[in-house]
Ligand binder design. Structure first.
Ligand code: GLU
Length: 516
């Protein structure tokens, strides 16, 4: 690597919400830029106006911001190479396409859609392997290579629509060293004469991307594997434009695969699996179709970034938990895999759980207070703190603390029927009655430790083993057969509430079992 200052860019097209793969691309760019003390640019590649989707650019900005990917130069930040939206740079590109023509590396093509179709048909019928506009077929078409200069000039002056195509030279080897895939070698005969400038005067992706990367001083192009087939063409463009000596290095990142590892991850997988693959929720402005977002589903931004960073990269150690600073230090292209990375939402949940455990209780209390209020539950801060303490290690999401604790506030109306039928027997009824009396008479602090001792003593007195009636006790107190530490639940509820719930259960459970 030369000692030039690192400059990378994330160059999304605003054609919809950014999916997990795109977010990961942005993240790797950011990690590398920060690690190298370089700059991270955001460039909006919006030259294909047919595919432009309103709201997509705002979505991209918000998603990066949420994840903590900071942009140094971009449409919002500005910078020395503004504008950073390609549609606003339209006039700049033509010059380079025309320079290529002047140098004999590109040409005007006037073929109509029908003529192009006819060519394709002809080649297909002749069973030609590469059905494309190339060194051989271009000589049968209407372009400035087959027309005389006068004919070409006349067409241009008459305002006839045209495109500018790249003139790929036959028999050239295109080689470049990818930071992840090592040497990539392609023969130029496999590359077609790509359109560089469209008939509406807009550049294609290829031209705009290369011109901008060059003008913006990009040193590393880090992008998804789907762009690997375009890379040889890009290398040729650098060569034809005389910019090969400052060509950026390429790093093509592995694909994200479906949860079962078979094929590319798609929105359909997310819909079927009921999990998000987008950072933020998205509503399609045309169809109204909704897609889930990591943010709205309750994933913490740091956990999401950690999860995405490990899709296709690892540190080569056992360490899995990396905050942004750790990722910046540890990231390297050598440890980015070539093979696709399976998208496993369970892993994302696991990361969220790890980050939740590390979170400050007070911060969680502040986050969930409004969630209780929204459910109409009036709960005091110290009570929430106890609940957080009780449930924090058992859940994957902050919001689960609320859903798992609503039973604390509403006494059970129905009891889990399976558990009731199995566990609410004569022995249990005797034990629960004894416990109800013991609790009613209890004096002192109603703490989990004291409660436990009181239970031991009361059961001992009637000769019942604790293990045999614990589930019945839980059923009576919470209505459920399983859940968090029952002693702590009873402590949070307080003595009077527990006694009341035991009385209710003794009253209601026999009827519920009979009706079943
Ligand atoms: N605009 C392209 C995209 O949407 C950029 C590809 C690249 O990074 O070169 O992903």
């Amino acid at each position: 690597m030369n000692n030039q200052r690192v400059r990378v860019r994330f160059a999304p097209s605003p054609t919809g919400p950014l999916h997990a793969g795109g977010v990961r691309t942005a993240l790797y760019n950011y990690l590398f830029a920060r690690q190298q003390g370089g700059e991270m640019l955001l460039r909006i590649e919006d030259t294909d106006q047919n595919r432009y989707v309103p709201g997509a650019e705002e979505y991209i900005l918000e998603a990066l911001d949420w994840l903590g990917v900071q942009i140094d130069e971009g449409p919002q930040q500005g910078g020395p190479h503004a504008p950073y939206r390609q549609s606003e740079r339209k006039e700049m590109y033509r010059e380079y396409a025309e320079k290529l023509i002047a140098d004999g590396k590109a040409y005007y093509a006037f073929d109509t859609a029908e003529e192009l179709d006819a060519m394709r048909k002809r080649l297909e019928e002749a069973k030609v392997a590469a059905v494309q506009y190339n060194a051989i077929t271009r000589m049968e078409m209407t372009n400035s290579l087959t027309l005389t200069p006068e004919q070409t000039q006349a067409k241009l002056e008459s305002g006839e629509p045209y495109v500018i195509r790249m003139k790929i030279m036959p028999k050239e080897d295109v080689r470049f060293k990818d930071l992840i895939r090592d040497w990539v070698v392609v023969h130029s005969s496999q590359i077609d004469d790509k359109v560089l400038l469209k008939s509406d005067g807009m550049p294609t992706y290829h031209l705009a991307n290369i011109v901008d990367d060059h003008l913006m001083g990009i040193t590393h192009v880090i992008r998804g594997e789907e762009w690997l087939p375009s890379a040889p063409l890009h290398v040729l463009l650098y060569r034809y434009l005389g910019w090969e000596s400052t060509m950026p290095q390429f790093a093509h990142l592995p694909l994200l695969l479906k949860p079962d590892g078979n094929g590319k991850l798609s929105k359909r997988d997310a819909d079927l699996g009921g999990f998000p693959i987008f950072p933020l929720e998205w509503t399609d402005p045309v169809t109204g179709d909704k897609a889930k977002g990591f943010r709205e589903e309750g994933y913490l931004p740091a956990a999401t970034a950690n999860f995405l960073a490990l899709l296709g990269w690892n540190a080569g150690t056992e360490q899995e938990i990396f905050d942004m600073e750790d990722l910046i230090k540890a990231f390297s292209f050598e440890r980015v895999h070539k093979a696709g990375a399976r998208f496993d939402i369970q892993k994302a949940n696991w990361f969220n759980q790890q980050y939740l455990k590390q979170m400050d209780d007070a911060a969680i209390v502040a986050q969930i207070k409004p969630l209780y209020q929204a459910k109409g539950i009036d709960v005091k801060d110290d009570q929430i703190a106890q609940i957080v303490h009780l449930l924090k290690d058992r859940v994957h999401f902050v919001k689960e603390i609320v859903s798992e604790s609503v039973f604390l506030f509403n006494e059970p109306e129905v009891y889990d029927q399976d558990v009731a039928v199995k566990k609410w027997n004569e022995e249990a009824v005797n034990a629960i009655s004894a416990l109800k009396d013991a609790f009613a008479d209890f004096s002192g602090d109603f703490t989990s430790q004291n409660i436990k001792e009181a239970i031991f003593a009361a059961l001992d007195a009637i000769g019942v083993k604790m293990g045999k009636v614990m589930q019945a006790l839980r059923l009576a107190v919470t209505g459920a057969g399983a859940g968090p530490d029952l002693m702590i639940i009873m402590e949070i509820l307080g003595k009077d509430e527990v006694v009341k719930r035991l009385e209710n259960a003794l009253d209601r459970l026999p009827a519920q079992i009979r009706l079943a």
